[in-house]
Design a protein around this ligand. Structure first.
Ligand code: ATP
Length: 254
């Protein structure tokens, strides 16, 4: 598979057009995404907020190539996900996309360090131990390197999972409620780490969050409602403060 290393400067790292996706609920399909459009450029963090069950995680799964949309277009680094086969999508995800999950998704039988180098191993690549070691220090988890996830707190597991997601300097980071299961202080640390890593690596990031303070770290906040994204010009750039996010959530009744 040929994966462009960097998109053309004006090309979005993530481009989504008219995305539709239904889930079968018994015999009745429920259309969760009804024409989602979204662009995220290099170095940009975009937060998505919206009521529970509206389809935020479904969007992330489609972007990651873990679920197939019914129709519409997803381009990651210019690559049309629908034109890739399953293997191509897997390679693109492994090599260019970092994913942070709400429930960490660490491999329970591997140590913290082994979890961090997992993205290399599942790709059949030699681990970059320098990068992994730097990442271990960056998330402050060196003392936990040899511990199993069962010996870690939720916050520690999430810090390890963030190191795993970022170790290959992904072009696109997908984070699904990364602070949803950690305490407030760790949540702030996690958001600062993600923002710093994004800036340093020039990655684009799609963040799903219910937390206005987390959303306020983004360059742009969009709201999902009725299967669509509401692009809110008032919530971009310096206007993105947690107070402004709170106000908008209230106006939208979310
Ligand atoms: N595999 C599936 N099969 C059937 N229905 C599904 C499936 N995955 C999700 N759904 C349904 O699709 C809808 C959207 O789910 P999704 O997890 O994307 O929402 P969300 O906005 O991320 O919610 P939350 O904020 O609670 O995490 C929900 O009604 C959910 O029950």
């Amino acid at each position: 598979m040929s994966t462009p290393s960097t998109p053309a400067s004006d090309e979005a790292v993530l481009r989504v057009r008219n995305l539709h996706k239904s889930h079968a609920l018994g015999a009745t399909p429920i259309e969760v995404l009804r024409g989602v459009d979204l662009d995220i450029h290099a170095g940009e963090m975009c937060a998505i907020m919206g009521p529970s069950g509206v389809g935020k995680s479904t969007l992330l799964s489609c972007v990651a190539g873990l679920e197939s949309p019914d129709r519409g277009e997803i381009r990651v680094l210019g690559e049309d996900m629908a034109a890739l086969d399953e293997h191509g999508r897997t390679l693109l995800r492994r090599r260019r996309v970092g994913i942070v999950y709400q429930f960490f998704n660490l491999v329970p039988t591997l140590t913290g360090y082994e979890n961090i180098v997992l993205p290399y191993l599942i790709d059949g690549a030699a681990p970059d131990h320098d990068a992994a070691s730097r990442m271990l220090d960056r998330v402050g988890m060196r003392a936990r390197a040899e511990h199993l996830p069962s010996q870690m707190s939720g916050g520690e597991m999430q810090l390890i999972s963030i190191a795993r997601a970022l170790v290959r300097r992904p072009a696109l980071v997908l984070a699904d409620e990364p602070t949803g299961n950690v305490n407030v202080a760790t949540g702030r640390r996690i958001m600062a780490l993600l923002a710093d890593a994004l800036r340093d690596a020039g990655s684009a990031m799609l963040l799903v969050t219910h937390n206005a303070e987390d959303a306020a770290r983004a360059h742009r906040v969009v709201f999902m409602r009725d299967g669509l994204l509401l692009h809110d010009a008032a919530l971009a750039g310096p206007a993105v403060t947690s107070a402004a996010v709170h106000d908008r959530l209230k106006e939208l009744g979310i």
